[in-house]
Write a protein that binds this ligand. Structure first.
Ligand SMILES: Cc1ncc(COP(=O)(O)O)c(C=O)c1O
Ligand SMILES: [Zn+2]
Length: 390
């Protein structure tokens, strides 16, 4: 297996600046926006068919040709990805959804889909000679970074709001990272992490501010296609914080169409946020390209407590191009739904995962999703991380 990664390209409309894949890069130097890894798709087509995948290990590195790490020896893996998709028949019966599915990302190492992004980002950082990493995190990303740093022999520093879930604090310490709790929100943690990185010469792996967490998260899109036998669902509902997952899946769908693995049909993509922190919902409804900073962001779902997203324009573009949309939900409904999903379906969801079901009900009542559509809810993490909420 070899990677066909070519370079990094700025995603901002009208910029398109290119950067080397063999040097450490973060945001576009020219315009400050997000960089995406690009691949030699024609060469991949000659070397790999989707049928070849059948023989590969069930983890996210099965798409190695379309991953950014060049030498397989640099891959830091704990078996992330290829999480199951369940037909949620019991849950579906409640409201009459006959084709309701849940992708259970809670089964990833460290109990959330953050494992994908951190496996990719730290593997690439290691390939580029990085020894020390730092990151702000709302919770789950911290635990994932600590674990992958441990596995890859990297030194890790985490900056977390002091009200981040206890389990995330514990797992970070357990895996040997230095944990710094700060009095503020994730964007404040981001600033402090960044200053620390500059001062101590560390690599800051903030979401979408380095180009590779994104490449890990995109594998959810590849898996959804592969697991559904290359027929994408009609609707995907995603709990949105920084939005890496939703833009990652969108990137994967476009790449797979270029590869000839899927056609032009796309799922409607929906972002769910909490009413107490809904910058993307607001920007979508106001038809804006960027979201404003959400003042006094508050929700019990730490992963969705993200008042400003560097990739806002990418999230909004995916929602609009897909014919999808947004939903804003109450914390109380989300917490109640954790119990509902667990008791009906046996899947123990993170509050963010439960939020997708609450959002779905709202979208159906607004006529944006039909009950008989093939619907996929992304349960991005495990309830085990949130015992304060149980
Ligand atoms: C469980 C969970 N769900 C969803 C999110 C939001 O993810 P994204 O940044 O891709 O929007 C997070 C982020 O911390 C999370 O931990
Ligand atoms: Zn640019």
């Amino acid at each position: 297996m070899r990677s066909f990664v070519v370079n990094l390209e700025c995603t901002y409309p009208g910029c398109g600046e290119e950067y080397s894949i063999d040097e450490l890069n973060k945001l576009c130097i020219k315009c400050g926006r997000v960089l995406y890894a690009r691949y030699d798709i024609n060469a991949v087509k000659k070397s790999l068919s989707k049928e070849d995948l059948i023989h590969r290990d069930p983890n996210m590195w099965r798409y190695f040709e379309m991953m950014p790490v060049k030498d397989p020896k640099n891959v830091i893996t704990l078996g992330e990805g290829f999480t199951p998709i369940f037909h949620a028949e019991n849950l579906g019966q409640i409201e009459g959804y006959s084709n309701l599915y849940i992708k259970d990302e809670g089964l990833n190492p460290t109990g959330s889909f953050k494992a994908r992004g951190l496996s990719a980002a730290l593997s690439k950082a290691k390939e580029l000679g990085v020894k020390k990493v730092t990151m702000p995190s709302a919770g789950n990303a911290a635990g994932a970074m600590a674990a992958y740093a441990a596995a890859g022999n990297l030194e890790a520093h985490v900056f977390m709001p002091k009200d981040a879930p206890i389990m995330n604090q514990k797992e970070t310490e357990l895996a040997g990272a230095s944990l710094n709790l700060i009095d503020g929100l994730i964007n404040d943690a981001g600033r402090i992490s960044n200053e620390f990185a500059d001062k101590e010469n560390l690599f800051d792996v903030s979401t979408l501010k380095e180009p590779y967490r994104q490449e890990g998260k995109k594998t959810m899109g590849y898996e959804i296609a592969e697991q559904f036998k290359w027929n994408l669902p009609d609707t995907i509902v995603y709990p949105t914080g920084g939005g890496t997952g939703i833009v990652g899946m969108w990137k994967a769908f476009n790449e797979m169409e270029e590869l000839g693995w899927i056609g032009s049909k796309r799922p409607k993509m929906f972002s769910v946020q909490a009413v107490g922190c809904a910058p993307i919902v607001k920007a979508f409804r106001e038809n804006k390209m960027h979201a404003e900073l959400w003042e006094n962001a508050s929700t019990k779902a730490a992963g969705m407590r993200v008042p400003v997203a560097v990739g806002d324009y990418l999230i909004l573009e995916a929602l609009r191009e897909s014919g999808g949309g947004v939903a804003a939900i109450e914390d109380e409904d989300m917490i109640h739904t954790m119990r509902l999903i667990a008791s009906k379906q046996g899947i123990l969801p993170a509050p963010e995962g439960a939020a997708t079901y609450v959002g779905l009900n709202q979208l159906v009542s607004e006529g944006k999703v039909d009950k008989d559509e093939k619907i996929l809810l992304m349960n991005t993490g495990s309830a085990f991380k949130y015992f304060e909420l149980m």
